[in-house]
Design a protein around this ligand. Structure first.
Ligand code: C5P
Length: 320
């Protein structure tokens, strides 16, 4: 036996793995008719922004989960610490798929607004998949992880993927899009959230009230060409969300914030996903400061944040 083999006591098993995962916004969200399975057929352009949650997976006996704020001003109110948490279900699903025991202590450190339309719960599930895969040494292929992600929720595959990408089906089929780097965003975080199913339901109700029959969803061709140009004014004008009227109906302050940010010089203003978070595309630091100031002093939102996009999806940031 060589000296090297003397040292070899099997594969390295980490004690703790940290994964950082971004929030998403939807640069466009086109919602089609309600399907028989209760979901809406949609076409969306997902865009990952630099607002992050972290999931730490530690070696343990059995499965447990705690939630804590990542920053002092992050709100984690109402996030469950049991099997109702999508990160818990992600760990269980991976263990079942890989044929291992679900032995892990998960800590979910949140900064992505809760129930904010930025897919925070989905991000945590994607991060838990990547963290547990690393901790347990299960070494799943990218496409296997993607498949498990899609079973957990419509937005989970994109949280793995990151960048800028088109989502189709119920949002789970992802294909990357060529987009200029370095878009700057100002983000207004509301007090309280909106329930995604309620917003989709309100969208259907508004459509039937107005006698509108939705067409097959599609991405506006203008958005695809402007995304490559990187021109904030052009991209801002092409941003689009079919769920916006429903979110504004359920929470009218959203409409006021959109008007305020636009008047303050934002190149584009949009509800993120099913809301209530609103996002403002800005063209440089002067415009960002002006929009930020107007939103902050409005008294209509809980916090105002800055972020840039696109950024990569869930990634291991620390192993020990
Ligand atoms: O897939 P996920 O669990 O994130 O979806 C939450 C809810 O949002 C669904 O139960 C459904 O009511 C609504 N939804 C929808 N159409 C989609 C995605 C979500 O109606 N494409």
């Amino acid at each position: 036996m060589t000296a090297l083999e003397d040292w070899d006591d099997g594969p390295f098993r980490p004690e703790a793995v940290t994964v950082r995962v971004p929030a998403k916004i939807n640069l466009s969200l086109s919602v089609g008719p309600l399907r028989v399975d209760g979901y809406h057929e949609l076409v969306t352009v997902f865009h990952a922004v630099s607002l992050y949650d972290e999931v730490i997976a530690r070696a343990a006996r059995g499965l447990s989960l705690t939630v804590e704020p990542l920053r002092r001003d992050s709100d984690v109110g109402g996030v469950p610490e049991d099997e109702r948490n999508l990160a818990w279900r992600a760990a269980l699903l991976l263990a079942e798929h890989a044929g291992v025991e679900p032995d892990v202590r998960l800590t979910v450190r949140k900064d992505i607004p809760v129930a904010g339309g930025m897919a925070g719960g989905s991000a945590d599930a994607a991060a838990a998949l990547v963290a547990c895969d690393h901790l347990w040494g299960t070494g799943l292929r990218r496409d296997e992880l993607h498949d498990l992600a899609g079973r957990l929720g419509s937005d989970v595959p994109f949280a793995l993927h990151g960048g800028t990408a088109i989502g189709t089906g119920r949002g789970e089929h992802i294909s990357p899009v060529l987009a200029a780097a370095g878009m700057e965003w100002v983000i207004a975080v509301m007090d309280g959230g909106l329930s995604t199913p309620k917003v989709f339901e309100a969208c259907d109700l508004l459509r039937s009230r107005d006698g509108v029959t939705p067409d097959a969803p599609q991405v506006h061709p203008d958005l695809m060409s402007t995304l490559r140009s990187g021109d904030a004014e052009l991209i801002g004008a092409a941003l689009y969300n079919d769920l916006q009227p429903a979110a504004v109906e359920l929470m009218p302050e959203i409409g006021e914030l959109l008007d305020l940010g636009t008047a303050a010089g934002a190149a584009g203003a949009l509800v993120s996903g099913s809301g209530p978070t609103t996002v403002f595309l800005v063209d440089g630091p002067v415009s960002a400061a002006e929009v930020e100031e107007q939103l902050r002093t409005s008294g209509l939102c809980r916090a105002v944040r800055r972020a840039r996009g696109p950024v990569p999806g869930a990634q291991v940031s620390n192993v020990r």
